[in-house]
Design a protein around this ligand. Structure first.
Ligand SMILES: Nc1ncnc2c1ncn2[C@@H]1O[C@H](COP(=O)(O)OP(=O)(O)O)[C@@H](O)[C@H]1O
Ligand SMILES: [Mg+2]
Length: 253
């Protein structure tokens, strides 16, 4: 079943002005339930724009975006934020945690608006504290945690309300390699064990090699797709890195 379907999506910034930019040019794609997809491409190729419009953070200029068979492209702002609260999880490069709240309370935040039974909410938070391996820092403030612990808290916060899809824009961009590996293993585990559908932007072939499929963007168009299938991760990484290198060399005039 498709969780997300984008049809001929275009995003044009500053339309009609002399600085008009076509950031996405008739992009069509489908994301099936349980997929883990990376989006790669050179700087300015439209990666962040794609994530923003697919997650309803920004509007599109042309086309349609459906999430769980609901067309989000024509929603107004209020309807969109309500839809996002129910269906979408989003993780940012810089974590975006609230510094004055503990790890536990940051995760509780999306549930604070829900009316559910207190005990059920608390057990949901505990479930994510455990599965993301941050139970030991639950009472700490983000500033007293490592970058990896902060990003795992942000992932827990993005998932605790049970969204249909998790979007992540360079989720390991601010982490050292050990913490990045940690976060990527957690994403992989959430995908394989809890069937969490993930769409992640990265410019790093190693990071992309943790996903199952890579979409390469260039000038707002998907120009190439590589799938992992049953390849070992090392082989898959080599394939991604080699395409990425050719793509970059091609750009040097
Ligand atoms: N808010 C904006 N206003 C005008 N142009 C933008 C805006 N955001 C992005 N762009 C332009 O759209 C293109 C794609 O940008 P972006 O999606 O940020 O690329 P990437 O994430 O791949 O680096 C670039 O040419 C960028 O300059
Ligand atoms: Mg970007």
């Amino acid at each position: 079943m498709s969780v997300l379907e984008a049809k001929e999506v275009s995003k044009i910034y500053c339309k009609g002005k002399e600085n008009e930019v076509t950031a996405l040019n008739q992009v069509s794609l489908a994301v099936e339930s349980g997929e883990f997809i990376s989006i790669m491409g050179p700087s300015g190729s439209g990666k962040s724009t794609l994530l923003h419009v697919l997650s309803g953070l920004d509007t599109i200029s042309l086309g349609t975006v459906e999430i769980n068979d609901t067309d989000i492209s024509k929603m107004g702002e209020a309807e969109m934020s309500q839809f996002r609260r129910g269906h979408i999880g989003y993780v940012f490069q810089n974590f975006n945690l609230i510094d004055s709240l503990s790890v536990h309370d940051n995760i509780a935040l999306p549930l604070a608006l829900q009316k559910g039974d207190k005990q059920a909410i608390e057990s949901k938070i505990q479930e994510y504290l455990t599965s993301l391996n941050i139970a030991s820092v639950k009472d700490k403030l983000p500033n007293d945690c490592s970058g990896g612990q902060c990003q795992r808290t942000a992932i827990a916060r993005a998932l605790v309300h049970g969204p249909s899809i998790l979007f992540a824009d360079e989720p390991t961009g601010n982490l050292d390699s050990a913490n990045a590996h940690d976060v990527l293993e957690i994403l992989q585990k959430l995908n394989s064990e809890k069937n969490v559908t993930i769409m992640m932007v990265t410019h790093d072939s190693m990071v992309a090699s943790y996903s199952q499929k890579v979409l390469f963007l260039r000038d707002g168009v998907i120009e190439h797709v590589i799938e992992k299938k049953d390849k070992p991760q090392t082989k898959y990484y080599e394939e991604i890195a080699s395409f990425n290198l050719k793509d970059r060399i091609h750009m040097i005039k």
